[in-house]
Design a protein. Sequence first.
Length: 459
Amino acid sequence: MTSQKTEQDTNPLGIKPVGVLLAEFAIPSIIAMLVSALYNIVDQFFIGHYVGMLGNAATNVAFPLTMSCTAISLMCGIGGAANFNLNMGRGNKDKAAKYAGNAILMMLVIGVMLCLFTKIFLKPLMITFGATDQTLQFSLTYTGITSFGFPFLIFTTGGSNLVRADGSPRFSMLCTLTGAVVNTALDALFMIWFDLGIQGAAWATVIGQVVSALLVAVYLKRFKTVPLKRECFRPKAACWGNIARLGMSPCINQIAMMVVQIVLNNVLTFYGKQSAYGGEIPLACAGIISKVGMMFFSIVIGISQGMQPIVSFNYGAKQYARVIEAVWKSIACATVISMIAFLCFQIFPRQIIGLFGQESEEYFQFAERYFRIYMFFTFANQFQPIVANMYTSIGKAAAGAFMSLTRQILFLMPLLVILPKFFGLDGAMYAAPIADFVAFFIAGTMLLRETRLLKRAEC
């Protein structure tokens, strides 16, 4: 009991003003997530200008595998960080260290397995993900190279959550930022100077991911709050299970996005061929818009990840008023960002699309319409990921997992299958805002309910 009291009285997560803590943790996390999203945006920019529309379409086909890496890294990283902070809040330092060590081991093992799986089933995967005859070879080349970086990407993204949980959000940001700078510089070098085309973009991405992973590894050897001894890395089934349980919500959210992306690619290709646009224009436009949307979503996820150590520690320490304050301040910050993103997507769609290469007028007409309709409810999209991560942070894995399933799996995917049967390509566009609205309503209802429960517990 004494050690728990001491930890509550001395750990900044339990005593610093919540607004100050949120800024300290969320801003570096936002920058790190934005930089991570820039890996895809930078590749899209250079490929759009130096390869063309088919290259952009190919990166869209490969995008579900990048999402799967993010899903794995969030499961291991957020699950490990949540268990780490909950146990630190309770004063169980030894147990916290074991969770950190086992989370690192999980990332490495699963990352290597995903790399091998992709190598073995590369062509069937690309076809399943929506590659057309014209984009298949580009997809095989790009993904065949970037798959080498999967273990490093998972280790960087997942490990960054542990670095933040250890109280070093700025170093977490630095790891990702350094890799992105390397990626951008090498994109320019490989594609402009050496004229390596889509292969150059792929190798630039992998090298940037390796650099980031090395920085994370250097930090983890010098963990601040608890020493990570060799025994911390011994695999324990109970640790892996609890890490997966608390990391399941953000993991499911990413997997759901991946599945929806695959379904969307196939729907756009199939119904695009029946329209005046053909199969490649919708596929290429959707890829760019998805990645631009991920830039906005990365800010929301960054706020959510910055919130996680604060909520987990204070929930473990039974300081529920601070938990409520952290969640609602996160919602307020994310709402401002969401409104700005909504205005940009509605007012400047052509200008945004134009950053990724100049194509036909037909291409831009489709892109503008798709952008405005598909991303219409951006102003309300912040609730679902933050509420889902709140449940993960306080150890309510089932509620978090359900919240993660609402938008993508329960609503969007069925609508993507049903509406295009009646409305063609328009059906695919309108599926997203309908799903966004329903998910927003459910998230808001669950957030109000949990806030009432926490207020009662505080009394």
